[in-house]
Every structure is written in structure tokens, then in C-alpha cells.
Design a protein around this ligand. Structure first.
Ligand code: 5GP
Length: 185
């Protein structure tokens, strides 16, 4: 296992993650049989999860990549998400699955889901590696979740702190000594 001196404890090993990712992929394959869903990877954090997930899905799927940052909160109306990199195709009538690393307050996904629905997607579901339900402020409930976690800052398997640790193959809690006082996307 590729762990790190800055990781206080491992929450999920490489093996536990791959087992769970395969389970979620099997569920998506069953739910979307014959629907050719469009899986949208939210960069950068979801990238590692995304490439593992799609390779376990047994039906035809398409993939796109987006990079977004969220402004405001879920009580504000539309347009609260800044798109840094957009999808390259028309979403009209598509069954979309947003693939995200972690749902925290839910604000980013609340705004992104609204935006993609407004573009004509027939259905927008959410698949995440990690869910921190205790932190939720927006009206978001992910449809596919690999693991629920408590309110701790985690790194590894795509998730960073100040752009580090994305290459670790497990997910774990960062040591407080490695944190400089603020978190990064
Ligand atoms: P939300 O809009 O749900 O509050 O923000 C979700 C984003 O916050 C995630 O996509 C991720 O980039 C970041 N985030 C939230 N919690 C964590 C965490 O524990 N670790 C890391 N690395 N990023 C987190």
C-alpha cells in the first residue's frame, strides 16, 4: 500500500476501495442497461476514482470531463457555478452521471446538477467515492456512494491537500501537522 508519512490513519485500503468501486459499477451497469449514460468526471479529485469506475462498468458508456468552482450557496438561484473546463457535447436528452470525489456541503454538486439539467439532460444522477453527510447544507443526496465518512479531512486516491497526495492508492486522514491552516480543492 502506498501510504504517506503525512497520513495519520488509513480509512480505506486499495483493496477495500477496488471492491467497493466494483460493487457500485455493477449497480450502475444494471440501472443503466441500454441507456448509454454519459459519465462526467469532475476534475481533478475524481479522476482516479473515475478511471477505475468506468473500467468496471459492463455496459456502453460515454465520458466527459469538467472542472468547476462553486460560488454562493444552495439558497441562491441559478448560475452559481464557474466552469473552468466544460463538456464538449450537447446534453439534450442524455442520462448524465456526475462522478465526484467527495460530497461535503453539497454546494458544488447542487449548482452543477442544476446547470446540467438546465442544458436539457433528461436525468442527472450523482456518484461519489466519499460522502460526508454530517457536513451537508445543500439539498443533495448522492445516488451512488462508495463510503460514508465522518467530518475529517481526507487525502489520497485523487484527493489532495495543496495538490499533494493525489497519487496515494488508499484514502486516509491527514495529520494535523501537515495542514497549514486552510484546505484546498
Ligand atoms: P462541497 O461543495 O460539497 O462543499 O465541496 C466538495 C469539494 O470539497 C470536493 O470536491 C473536494 O474537492 C473538497 N473537499 C471536501 N472535503 C474534502 C476532504 O476531506 N478532502 C479533500 N481533499 N477535499 C475535500
Amino acid at each position: 500500500m502506498k501510504t504517506h508519512v503525512d497520513m495519520e490513519k488509513v480509512l480505506f485500503s486499495k483493496e477495500e476501495i477496488s471492491e467497493k468501486v466494483a460493487e457500485v459499477a455493477k449497480q450502475i451497469s444494471a440501472d443503466y442497461e441500454g441507456k448509454n449514460p454519459l459519465l462526467i468526471c469532475v476534475l481533478k479529485g475524481a479522476s482516479v476514482f473515475f478511471v477505475d469506475l468506468i473500467r468496471e462498468i459492463s455496459i456502453d458508456v460515454e465520458m466527459e470531463f469538467m472542472s468547476v468552482s462553486s460560488y454562493g450557496n444552495s439558497t441562491q438561484s441559478s448560475g452559481r457555478v464557474k466552469i473552468e473546463k466544460d463538456v464538449g457535447i450537447d446534453l439534450t436528452g442524455r442520462n448524465v452521471i456526475i462522478v465526484e470525489d467527495i460530497v461535503d456541503t453539497g454546494n458544488t454538486l447542487f449548482n452543477l446538477r442544476k446547470l446540467l439539467s438546465a442544458r436539457g439532460a433528461s436525468d442527472v444522477k450523482i456518484c461519489c467515492l466519499l460522502d460526508k453527510p454530517s457536513r451537508r447544507t445543500a439539498d443533495i443526496k448522492p445516488d451512488y456512494v462508495c463510503f460514508e465518512i465522518p467530518d475529517e479531512f481526507v487525502i489520497g486516491y485523487g484527493l489532495d491537500y495543496a495538490e499533494k497526495y493525489r497519487n496515494l492508492d488508499c484514502v486516509g486522514v491527514i495529520k494535523s501537522s501537515a495542514v497549514m491552516g486552510s484546505s484546498s480543492k
